[in-house]
Design a protein around this ligand. Structure first.
Ligand code: HEM
Ligand SMILES: *[C@@H]1O[C@H](CO)[C@@H](O)[C@H](O)[C@H]1NC(C)=O
Ligand SMILES: *[C@@H]1O[C@H](CO)[C@@H](O)[C@H](O)[C@H]1NC(C)=O
Ligand SMILES: CC(=O)N[C@H]1CO[C@H](CO)[C@@H](O)[C@@H]1O
Length: 330
């Protein structure tokens, strides 16, 4: 019996360190009730102010930053760390090229507001500030409001190399998307709900140009793409477009966090292959149809998926700390 037990304990610990996202996250609501009871309203006000200055870019920029943070080494604000002469950080991986500066700035501003209160100073992690800021930009742009779990520490490492293979690509098919999300403890339904984040924000033309200019086909337009929409995309993104040009991902309600994303998919107006495939693949189509027609059901699924996303790879104890400057290790 004893050797068996030992083996069981050993394999459990191997499992937990190979798959840190499976460890219990130890997050909870009102985590800062004693040290910084007003932290949520402080962050909310800072985000409101930031949205008054730059609403169109701050909402998607913050939301995408949270996603990229959580998918690479867990939700530990490692994506915010700046590169130094000796370390190329996560944010300088090519997949981050388009992370909007205003998402970073939203966190910096909220952190400054929190640290202005003496009892809160350096007591709230950057990872938690990003989680709160993300909840706030969603609610302030028309999406659901939810109670956010807190108690993450900031990570102690950030490397561009760690981004490789961890983020989904716009050319991905359903199996590839499911595999990447499953590696983070998220189901296909979670993946579909979270993809609806593309109801806000921008994409650079190069991310989808293969769908409108594929000359190895008789018709250079992806057959799953709505023809009128494809023509509009070609107009906004000519073949030799300035690589800095970015277009709305949801052409109908680009600034509102709603379920238009799913209605767009039903009309062949998903911008990336990874979007449209959710409707063309029979395994995910019923979910798309359900949420296109039922906004409250979508919102419930989205809140549940965001909460699960926020638990990925959380750092506690000696695996993290609270950064004084979100962009610099202490
Ligand atoms: C399912 C697989 C996903 C793929 C393949 C994907 C890919 C992309 C790509 C290529 C862009 C455009 C980047 C650019 O050119 O600037 C983008 C933008 C964006 N993504 Fe995703 N994404 C995925 C899932 C998600 C998830 C789960 C979220 C958040 C929960 C998210 C949030 C966003 C937001 C908000 C933007 C707009 C960013 C901005 O305007 O600054 N994406 N995504
Ligand atoms: C934000 O987007 C709206 C709608 O597309 C646009 O009318 C407005 O000019 C934009 N605001 C800024 C500050 O860019
Ligand atoms: C172009 O279309 C062909 C045929 O459908 C496909 O095999 C190829 O992968 C596409 N190329 C790109 C860059 O998407
Ligand atoms: C916002 C940000 O820091 N983007 C960086 C992402 O990575 C590229 C290099 O791959 C940098 O040039 C960007 O500045």
């Amino acid at each position: 019996m004893a050797p068996l037990k030992l083996l069981a304990a050993w394999s459990l610990s191997v499992c937990l360190c190979l798959y840190p996202h499976l460890t219990s996250a130890q997050l909870r609501q009102n985590y800062y009730a004693n040290v910084c009871p007003n932290v949520e309203s402080i962050v909310r006000n800072a985000i409101r102010q930031k949205l008054q200055q730059a609403p169109n870019v701050t909402v998607p920029g913050t939301l995408r930053l949270f996603f990229h943070d959580c998918f690479v080494r867990g939700c530990d604000a490692s994506v915010i760390v700046a590169s130094t002469a000796s370390n190329k950080a996560e944010k300088d991986h090519p997949d981050n090229l388009s992370l909007a500066g205003d998402g970073f700035d939203a966190v910096v501003k909220a952190k400054a507001a929190v640290d202005k209160v003496p009892s809160c100073r350096n007591r709230v992690s950057c990872a938690d500030i990003l989680a709160m800021a993300t909840r706030d930009v969603i609610a302030l742009s028309g999406g659901p409001s939810y109670a956010v779990e807190l108690g993450r520490l900031d990570g102690l490492s950030s490397t561009a190399a760690s981004v490789n293979g961890r983020l989904p690509q716009p050319t991905n098919n359903l199996n590839q998307l499911n595999a990447l999300f499953a590696a983070n403890g998220l189901s296909q339904a979670d993946m579909i709900a979270l993809s609806a984040a593309h109801t806000v924000g921008f994409s650079h033309c190069g991310k989808f140009s293969n769908r409108i200019y594929n000359f190895s086909r008789q018709n250079p337009i992806d057959p799953t793409l709505n023809r009128n929409y494809a023509t509009r995309l070609q107009g906004m993104c000519p073949r030799k477009v300035d690589p800095r040009i970015a277009i709305d991902m949801d052409p109908n309600t680009p600034r509102t966090f709603d379920n238009m994303y799913f209605k767009n998919l039903q009309n062949g107006m998903g911008l990336f292959n990874s979007d449209q495939v959710l409707f063309t693949d029979q395994r995910s189509k019923p979910t798309v149809n359900k949420w296109a027609g039922n906004s409250p059901a979508f919102q419930r699924a989205f809140v549940s998926a965001m909460t699960k996303l926020g638990r990925v790879g959380v750092k506690t104890g000696r695996n993290g700390n609270i950064r004084r400057d979100c962009a610099v290790f202490n």
